[in-house]
Design a protein around this ligand. Structure first.
Ligand code: ADE
Length: 426
């Protein structure tokens, strides 16, 4: 671990000598992030975030690096911490410190105590703006540092889990500043949650296990946007997909998308591979492990490591051994074994590199523009959860299409008049 202060920045990363590889990979990701590049260039010229103390709590990846570079170009006094103990790319963390002068506190595999210490370091920065992914910084700030709340201009939230927590905070009357709901922007969840999670989850599973997906029975727990993407891509690879749900509407949607829908208790003996993407706890628990086939593989792609009851699995097991990186075999007293990937943490970030840059381009364009929106509207936004303004969503989609060289139609005058009138019918 390299923990130090090199004038003028503090940092805590695994090894600064990894920086050259990290820089190469950050630049590679930038090729697929044209929208962030445009925002970075505008930010560099206009400095909309000049002097703003900003904390970003995100997965420390090549994509996040490009966001952080754009925020710094905009004048932000930004520091970066990990939003998950197992998702940090150590070479990227090193490069951000050594090549871009951005303070980073993140080490892949850090323990929970270190993770929470980094959250405290982030709060010591006295953030005016927070970019959160899962709401850990905001929840800690509200619970432990109420004296800092008057400084806070607002937060942005990246993920469904964080939005669920912010809604609970709002209900409890403790959300005293505006929170921009990046997750629900169309250019975020339609792409990142669906195509990003769909691809990167399978990527993580394949890198961890090298199994063939064709012909396997894959049980996808949860049919939100992440579940839809995972099920769709697994089916595309030739797997037989079973979906489990608790929401009747989503369950019908899964049925009409062509998937079998079963309760987990019935799916447990059928699955070769299980992926949880529900956002809720103990979706796979002891009675399910006990019913699984010998060698069944379980993993999670939801934000927190609570979906698979690993503690419960341990109580059933006589032995645990690492059989490949991020792949652990639990031998049950019954003689069967269950394989757990990435310790039940986000498999796409633990065992692979997270969502590809091209989708994170749009997610992080939303983040950058949401931060700018908070700062330019400082003092004017009510406390509470705010949608990303529709024009920002459209702007991001337009820029992405332009970057992809795709041209679309526009309405004729006649069509515009028609769509705005109510007088003409049959
Ligand atoms: N969340 C999912 N994939 C990600 C990535 N590549 N970078 C940052 N956050 C992510």
């Amino acid at each position: 671990m390299t923990a130090a202060t090199i004038a003028p920045i503090s940092y805590e990363v695994k090894d600064l000598s990894l920086a050259p590889l990290g820089k190469q990979r950050i630049e590679w990701a930038a090729r697929e992030m044209p929208v962030i590049r445009l925002i970075r260039d505008r930010f560099a010229a206009e400095k909309p975030l000049a002097g703003i103390r900003l904390v970003a709590c995100c997965h420390v990846t090549t994509e996040t690096a490009n966001l952080a570079i754009a925020l710094k170009a905009g004048g932000a006094d930004a520091i970066l911490i990990a939003s998950n103990p197992l998702s940090t790319q150590d070479d990227v963390a090193a490069s951000l410190v050594a090549d871009y002068g951005i303070p980073v506190f993140a080490i892949k595999g850090e323990d929970n105590e270190t993770y929470h210490r980094h959250v405290q370091i982030a709060l010591d920065h006295k953030p005016q703006v927070i970019i959160d992914d899962g709401c850990d910084v905001v929840a800690t700030l509200v619970q432990e540092r109420p004296q800092q709340l008057p400084d806070v201009i607002g937060t942005t939230e990246e993920t469904t889990t964080g939005i669920v927590r912010l809604r609970a905070m709002l209900r409890d009357g403790v959300l005293t500043f505006p929170a921009m709901n990046v997750n629900d922007a169309e250019t975020k969840h339609f792409f990142d949650n669906r195509y990003g999670t769909g691809q990167s989850t399978l990527d993580g599973i394949i890198r961890a296990t090298n199994i063939l997906l064709a012909g396997k029975t894959i049980v996808v727990a949860g049919y939100g946007w992440c579940g839809k993407g995972t099920a769709m891509r697994a089916a595309g690879m030739g797997a037989n997909v079973i979906v489990t749900e608790i929401d009747p509407v989503k369950a019908i949607e899964a049925v009409m998308d062509g998937f079998r829908v079963l309760p987990m208790a019935e799916a447990a003996p059928l699955g070769d591979l299980f992926v949880t993407v529900t956002g809720n706890k103990h979706v796979i628990r002891t009675e399910h492990f006990a019913a699984m086939k010998d060698g069944a593989i379980v993993c999670n792609s939801g934000h927190f490591d609570i979906e698979i009851d690993i503690a419960g699995l341990k109580t059933l097991s006589s032995e645990v051994r690492t059989v490949r990186p991020f792949t652990e075999e639990y031998r049950l007293a019954s003689g069967k074994s269950v394989i757990v990937l990435g310790e039940g943490r986000l498999v796409n970030l633990a065992a692979a590199e997270g969502h590809p840059s091209a989708v994170m381009d749009m997610s992080f364009a939303n983040q950058a523009l949401a931060v700018e929106h908070l700062v330019t509207n400082r003092g004017r936004l009510e406390p509470g959860i705010h949608s990303i303004p529709e024009d920002l969503d459209r702007q991001i989609a337009t820029l992405k299409l332009q970057a992809m060289g795709i041209v679309i139609d526009s309405l004729t005058e006649d069509q515009t008049a028609y769509i705005n009138s109510w007088t003409s019918g049959t």
